[in-house]
Design a protein around this ligand. Sequence first.
Ligand SMILES: NC(=O)c1ccc[n+]([C@@H]2O[C@H](COP(=O)([O-])OP(=O)(O)OC[C@H]3O[C@@H](n4cnc5c(N)ncnc54)[C@H](O)[C@@H]3O)[C@@H](O)[C@H]2O)c1
Length: 368
Amino acid sequence: MSPLHHLKGRRVFVTGHTGFKGSWLVMMLNRLGAHVTGYSLAPPTQPSLFAVADVRELVTAHYQADVRNADQVAAAVHAAQPEIVFHLAAQSLVHRSYRQPLNTFSTNVIGTASVLDAVRSLAGPCAVIVATSDKCYEPHDSGKPHDECATLGGRDPYSASKGAAELVTAAYRQSFFPPDRLTDHGVQVATVRAGNVIGGGDWAEDRIIHDIVRHLTAARPVPVRNPTAIRPWQHVLEPLQGYLTLADSMLAEPGAQWSTGWNFGPTPGNDLSVRDLTELFIDSWGSGTWVHTHDRRAPRETPVLRLSIDKALGKLAWRPRLSAHEAIRRTATWFRQFFDKPGSARLLCVADMVDYAAFASASEATNP
Ligand SMILES: NC(=O)c1ccc[n+]([C@@H]2O[C@H](COP(=O)([O-])OP(=O)(O)OC[C@H]3O[C@@H](n4cnc5c(N)ncnc54)[C@H](O)[C@@H]3O)[C@@H](O)[C@H]2O)c1
């Protein structure tokens, strides 16, 4: 596994640091010795990983502000003078995007433009990583994995907003940070497209893990809407390790090769259905049942979504380390232990990060 040496001591600007992935990312950056400025609205859930793991105390500066406010974003970026920007702030939920399409488009599209615009005024070089999603691609029913050249699209407001965020990023890259003139402007801009992630501390409404945990803790059967839908489940540490490896590569060897889109998904063949995920989670939890529910009002969901990760495997010192089974087992264990001992969230995250690093080193030794 890449040791990520180049992140130590760096000034890092993270948007969306009060969210699920943002909170994990700040904890990882903190362990790597980076200095993080966070910029987000308040945590989007109650409870939140940000609060229960006390992530606030790990950031050097904390802005609770809207990413659509270009002046405020610019002022915060100017004050931080980051060497790395991770833009994760978003309206991140597909179902909510049907209820709040304008909020979704403005946050995910204008918000991305505000962050990229702020980077234009930086004095020094900067590596920018914009998190979009596997849903930025036009869905198809062939079951064929989407690679980074697949057509952008999206049939619901969330997915389309992420496709649009890709286009906005590409336009800023071509107009203001052309990769072939990197020595003139010093800014590298990549987008990262991950699949559904799971892990301890995800309390987002409508997400399957929250649903499962909510019903298991109330000793009720877990309602499952689309048991046969296949998703590329991965533990949250996997794509975040990918984002960090990409940032590390951009700092270690600046060049045009990084300023593109990157997929971070599970190893092919590791996809599981929603039914498998629910049953494995219940097994690890120790008790519980599930029922197939039909909700005619539920928005249409894409039946199969697969990502090709060949590019990241070939060009970055990154690969998925945890099977879907292991990711689900870890997630169930995290929540079980958290509910047994609510003050333990940070320790549970640290334990997951330490185990992940050890697991990666062991698999590196046996399968370099
Ligand atoms: N969780 C997943 O399965 C998944 C999969 C693929 C891509 N992503 C993407 O990764 C990123 C992080 O996802 P997450 O699961 O942590 O999301 P999340 O909903 O848990 O967190 C979203 C973050 O964005 C902030 N935010 C929302 N609107 C804002 C605004 N107008 N101004 C400033 N901050 C705002 C929230 O406060 C929060 O910090 C998002 O861009 C999401 O679309 C997530």
